[in-house]
Design a binder for this molecule. Structure first.
Ligand SMILES: Nc1ncnc2c1ncn2[C@@H]1O[C@H](COP(=O)(O)OP(=O)(O)O)[C@@H](O)[C@H]1O
Ligand SMILES: [Mg+2]
Length: 429
């Protein structure tokens, strides 16, 4: 079959790589893709948010399956548009994507169905005074979230009333997030290890892929600003069989049921962002698509046929035996531009990629482009240097990854040195 992957980041490079190995594949297109995906299929210059453009392309190139990488087009309803035109889509409908697009929708649904998550209150823009009053009478820290999607910048962990107040003002007074900030969720601060787990589902049946741990902050020791993700590893030892079963029983099964009850059947990848608290796993958030950079470490740990999994899911009856965990481990370290996540420069020549790629080492492209025949930086997160080994040995996976990254260079390159360390500390305890 002919397949189109929508997106241009490291996540889409990883999806394209797994799909490119499938026997079911005829032609692979990536819209718009990046220099990494260009080696696996044909990049097509269509923006991820250009729904009519994507539809036209799919119709004129006999695309049988579209795999949507980023959340924005899903939240805006690309799946519905493509399906109406007879094209199969891996990704939820607009109605189902509200699980990510409106945090208040997800929280109310979890409350209604008793799904474990932080306690919360919702406030609207015209409740400004009421929200401040609420904030004067609670314990800190507290978490303040813009309701809509805000490019990872809509969440503030406030240590005291003053910073909570300024977070609310960002949303309600300064309108920093536009419509996304006209409603906010104020929620209880949870503690524990964070983990990300992907449920691949047709809305009723599902499989869980190996659990991963992301590293959102820019600096070692989880210091500094939030980013799109500076590295990940899988599987994470923080999620054992007992916790996996709790995730299935208490989170995934009731969430899918809730969505069916609301006539918003959820099909695609349900990303569960979890806090592993002393009371068990609780939902931090849902995303309506694969995570980045978790996908870069999770997909290479699957044997079988990923396209078979995604295609049967998109058709409405998931083949749960299409893929299985191969017993290995994987670590991904993101090489970022100087200044990221704030302002950064582009166009720096990247060297060393070809010297490090081998059977156990992948270099995913995230923010790169080609200029005068050379690979140059073109984004904040530039590359995902990723080791994939056959044994479940995170120490070795980490070592191979850092050996490789030391041979890659571009002006101003920064990366975290402590990816995997939480897991290694646990194992060494
Ligand atoms: N209730 C909470 N308690 C503790 N930390 C939280 C809580 N909610 C969010 N966080 C932290 O903030 C990060 C971002 O929040 P999240 O809900 O995932 O929003 P988004 O990914 O849309 O920015 C989380 O990864 C987590 O580290
Ligand atoms: Mg998140």
């Amino acid at each position: 079959m002919n397949v189109a992957v929508i997106g241009s980041g490291g996540r889409e490079h990883a999806i394209a790589l797994s799909v490119s190995k499938s026997k079911l594949l005829n032609k692979l297109f990536i819209l718009p893709g990046n220099p990494g995906t260009g080696k696996l299929g044909t990049n097509v210059h269509i923006d991820v948010n250009d729904s009519p453009g994507i539809l036209n392309f799919c119709l004129s190139n006999s695309i049988e399956l579209v795999i949507v990488g980023p959340e924005q087009p899903l939240i805006e309803g690309i799946s519905d548009l493509l399906r109406k035109n007879g094209i199969k889509v891996f990704g939820p409908s607009k109605e189902a994507a509200r699980l990510e697009g409106e945090k208040s929708f997800a929280k109310d649904l979890m409350k209604e169905y008793g799904i474990p998550t932080a306690a919360y209150e919702i406030f609207y823009k015209n409740d400004f005074e009421k929200s401040l009053n609420y904030l004067r009478n609670i314990e800190y820290p507290v978490v303040i979230k813009a309701d809509g999607i805000a490019a990872g910048k809509g969440v503030v962990i406030a240590e005291n009333y003053q910073s909570a107040k300024s977070a609310v003002e960002e949303c309600f007074v300064k309108n920093s997030f536009g419509i996304a900030g006209e409603k906010i969720v104020i929620e209880e601060y949870m503690t524990g290890q964070e983990a990300s787990i992907f449920a691949i589902t047709d809305g009723s049946d599902f499989i869980l892929l190996p659990a991963a741990q992301d590293h959102k902050r820019i600096f070692d020791g989880d210091k500094g600003k939030n980013t799109g993700g500076m590295g990940a590893y899988a599987p994470t030892p923080f999620v054992d069989d007992e916790i996996l079963s709790q995730i299935s029983q208490k989170i995934v099964i009731p969430t899918l049921k809730a969505m069916r009850d609301k006539s918003a059947n959820y099909s695609g990848c349900l990303y569960c962002g979890l806090m592993l608290t002393h009371e068990g796993p609780k939902v931090v958030e849902f995303n309506c698509r694969f995570g980045d950079p978790e996908t870069q470490v999770v997909l290479p740990l699957l044997d079988g046929d990923i396209l078979g999994l995604l295609y049967t899911t998109a058709k409405g009856k998931i083949n749960k035996n299409a893929v299985w965990y191969n017993g290995g481990s994987s670590a991904c370290v993101v090489a970022a531009s100087a200044g990221y996540p704030d302002k950064y420069e582009k166009g720096k020549v990247i060297s060393g990629i070809d010297n490090v790629e081998n059977d156990e080492l992948l270099v995913y492209h995230a923010g790169t482009s080609i200029k005068d025949g050379e690979i140059v930086t073109n984004g904040g997160r530039v590359l995902g240097i990723t080791s994939v080994i056959k044994e479940n040995n995170l120490k070795l996976a980490k070592q191979k990854c850092y050996d490789a990254i030391s041979k890659i260079y571009f002006d101003g390159m920064q990366y975290r040195k402590d990816i995997c360390d939480k897991a290694l500390n646990l194992i060494n305890k």
